[in-house]
Design a protein around this ligand. Structure first.
Ligand SMILES: [Zn+2]
Length: 110
């Protein structure tokens, strides 16, 4: 669980990036709604399914090092814990190796 200050810092970074990047955007409801294509980050390394997230959504997922954006139904129940399912993608938390250790260490209910 990231602390709030860290999350705030991430948010600030996102906004800074958006500002740097806004020159290229086509204006269609603002940068927050601009959808970009990423590759599914599921545990299958050969998976190249494109997923669509807004830049802000993607940055929010990657703001947590053990969180990943994947295509819907691409989670591996043995190592992925689904945090959220959206229309276009799902967010999972990896529960392997150091990721599991980090997740355990930061579990407030432990
Ligand atoms: Zn996948």
């Amino acid at each position: 669980v990231p602390d709030w200050k860290e999350e705030e810092a991430i948010t600030e970074t996102v906004f800074r990036d958006m500002n740097e990047w806004s020159e290229d955007m086509f204006v269609a409801g603002g940068v927050e709604k601009l959808i970009e294509t990423y590759l599914c980050e599921c545990s299958d390394r050969r998976c190249t399914v494109p997923i669509q997230l807004t830049r802000a959504e993607y940055e929010a997922v990657r703001g947590v090092p053990i969180n990943f954006a994947i295509a819907l139904d691409h989670e591996n129940p043995e190592i992925d814990s689904v945090l959220a399912e959206h229309e276009r993608y799902a967010v999972v938390q990896k529960m392997t190796g150091s990721a599991a250790r980090i997740a355990r260490d930061s579990d407030p209910r432990r």
